[in-house]
Design a binder for this molecule. Structure first.
Ligand SMILES: [Fe+2]
Length: 600
């Protein structure tokens, strides 16, 4: 029996680390994805119509909508179906060939047809341009506006807001990125930070266990892009932060910004005000790009799709594993495929402007990385984060991203525990399940799933570990669709810039005023693309909700109804997600907005 789902021959182009990227050669599923995405473009129309606040930029006065999209946006996916057909008719090698030839799609980006050219903002408050009046986003966010704008003019405000902006709001980007600087790492960091290390007294802070780092240097080796005549730059950055022993607040001390062999170290003590504000924006840019492509897409799309592909290829319908996994294994594989084919239509505005560059980033990140390394608990442990250092009143309340993701993890682990306990009476039953053995062997096989670090399926305990890691990725991904995850913090793009618009690194003593700083941050064209990206998730309903509209005890995945303890566990899982959403969005819990699958 041949595999139903094939994958891109990425190893032929030297990408040996990335898990397999499944590729469906039939036209119907990718086309279905395009049609569904096209529908979403219509569904987000009301939210875009709410971009009605008037701004004056570059001597022009117009509404936010007109600056971002012109008089009326065309359907961004116009022409997309024809493009899909062209690529798929060529077979699996065609996309790869086009990528390696540096040419991705024959179609051009149709999202933005504004008569107004892309402009740099002139006042920090203008980043509110992406707040819609729809669903009261603008009105509810307005009280925050002067505070967030001040992060572009006041070094005190910028330093103060830097860490909470990440730790409180990086849910959709899976931002478990902070690491404790241990003694072994100090020599390397000392060399990179030079005099700044000594001047800021880093040795003593490190020795006291209060020195932390956010290492985004992975971007150093990737060249900036030029899109629509404007540079898109993701800097490599390493940010050092000091934790206050009493308040547990983290404050950035220094940022090293680097790209392709050149680097500048900015210190909170000695850099000019403008240069320090730049450095924090550069750090936030690399954190955002990490969040989009590595925190979200690598952890939740790429590894998951390789596991789902091998599941479909090896586990027959009717098998208990299929009953468990299939309901949450739809849409992702064709979505990933369409993302690669229609990169310039769908991908957010980062310097990863073509699918080959994206796959190269995935491959670099995947080097030496194992399946369980993506689990939040493992990540936290490897990064040296101690619960006590991030807990004031309740567990991890000083790092809400971790707190929330661990809650989703535990709910998933309990569900999987009930499934495995009810399905496999003994460890021998796990070892003797031929379909399971085939699946995991295929997932681990370099020529198939290419997922490293999967354990031998010899016990119920290891099966629980694997299934929890897989199902958690699907469920946790759903948080990206909740309004709170994007609005208003991420949509104020100075909080989470998707790119810088110049690759020049200002010197640490640069005289950089607000207008000069704003020229380096996202321009209106970039903001328009970014808003399009966010609105697609948060202002369209999921294809299938996690909480069934008929109630938590409907749509049960296992036969024999509530007699089956696994179905009872599903109900518990759904109720815990309801509890989670109520806590996450207390004023307007969107119980129907959490998707069952990874849809986009
Ligand atoms: Fe996603």
């Amino acid at each position: 029996m041949g595999d139903q789902i094939g994958h891109l021959p990425l190893q032929d182009i030297g990408l040996n680390n990335i898990p397999a990227v499944p590729y469906l050669l039939t036209f119907s599923e990718p086309l279905g994805t395009v049609l569904r995405l096209g529908l979403r473009a219509l569904e987000t129309r009301s939210a875009k119509d709410g971009l009605s606040v008037t701004y004056t930029i570059g001597g022009r006065t117009a509404t936010a909508f007109e600056f971002l999209y012109g008089s009326a946006p065309s359907n961004p996916l116009h022409g997309a179906a024809a493009e899909i057909e062209r690529v798929l008719l060529g077979g699996a090698d065609t996309l790869l060939h086009r990528m390696t030839a540096g040419r991705t799609t024959g179609a051009t980006l149709a999202v933005r047809e504004s008569q107004i050219p892309s402009l740099s903002l002139e006042q920090p408050e203008q980043f509110a341009i992406s707040w819609t009046r729809f669903a009261n986003v603008y009105q509810d966010a307005y009280p925050q506006l002067s505070t967030w704008a001040s992060s572009l003019t006041s070094i005190a405000a910028a330093s103060e807001q830097f860490w909470p902006t990440i730790a409180d709001f990086g849910l959709a980007y899976n931002l478990i990125i902070l690491e404790l600087v241990n003694t072994a790492e100090t020599a390397n960091l000392k060399a990179l930070f030079g005099d700044t290390w000594t001047d800021a007294g880093m040795d003593a802070i490190q020795a006291a266990g209060r020195l932390y780092a956010i290492d985004m240097s992975i971007f150093e080796s990737f060249a900036p892009a030029t899109v629509d005549n404007l540079v898109r730059f993701t800097p490599g950055t390493i940010t050092l932060l000091e934790q206050d022993a009493a308040t547990k607040k983290l404050t950035p001390l220094a940022v090293r910004v680097s790209t392709q062999g050149s680097a500048v170290v900015y210190s909170s003590h000695s850099a000019s005000a403008g240069a320090w504000l730049y450095a924090l924006q550069a750090a936030k840019t690399s954190v955002t790009v990490y969040g989009i492509w590595l925190g979200h897409v690598y952890h939740w799309h790429i590894v998951t799709a390789a596991m789902q592909m091998t599941m479909y290829n090896n586990v027959p319908p009717g098998h208990p594993l299929y009953q468990l996994l299939e309901p949450q294994s739809n849409y992702l594989i064709p979505f990933n495929e369409v993302l690669l084919i229609l990169w310039s239509f769908i991908a957010p505005p980062t310097s990863f402007d073509n699918p080959l560059k994206f796959l190269q980033l995935m491959d670099l990140f995947a080097a030496g990385r194992e399946f369980f390394d993506d689990d939040p608990g493992v990540t936290i442990r490897k990064q040296g984060l101690q619960e006590a250092q991030f807990t004031q009143d309740t567990s991890w309340d000083r790092y809400p991203v971790v707190q929330n993701l661990l809650e989703l993890w535990q709910a998933t682990a309990d569900y999987v525990d009930a499934f495995v306990s009810a399905t496999y009476a003994t460890d021998a039953a796990v070892a003797g399940d031929a379909a399971l053995q085939r699946w995991i062997a295929a997932a681990a096989g370099p020529a198939e799933g290419n997922v490293r670090g999967l354990p031998a399926m010899a016990s119920r305990a290891v099966l629980k570990d694997v299934l929890t890691s897989l199902m958690y990725r699907v469920t946790a991904h759903g948080i990206s669709r909740l309004n709170n995850s994007a609005n208003p913090v991420l949509t104020f793009s100075a909080n989470y810039p998707p790119c810088l618009q110049s690759a020049t690194l200002p010197p640490a003593n640069a005289n950089l005023d607000t207008r000069a700083l704003l020229k380096l941050l996202p321009w209106t064209g970039t903001i328009g693309d970014l808003v399009n990206f966010y609105f697609t998730f948060v202002f369209s309903p999921p294809y299938e909700p996690f909480i069934p509209s008929g109630g938590v005890d409907t749509n049960l995945p296992f036969p024999s109804g509530m007699e089956d303890p696994r179905n009872r566990a599903v109900v518990v899982y759904r109720n815990r997600l309801i509890e989670f959403i109520n806590g996450y969005e207390p004023s307007n819990p969107q119980l129907g907005q959490w998707p069952l699958n990874i849809e986009t």
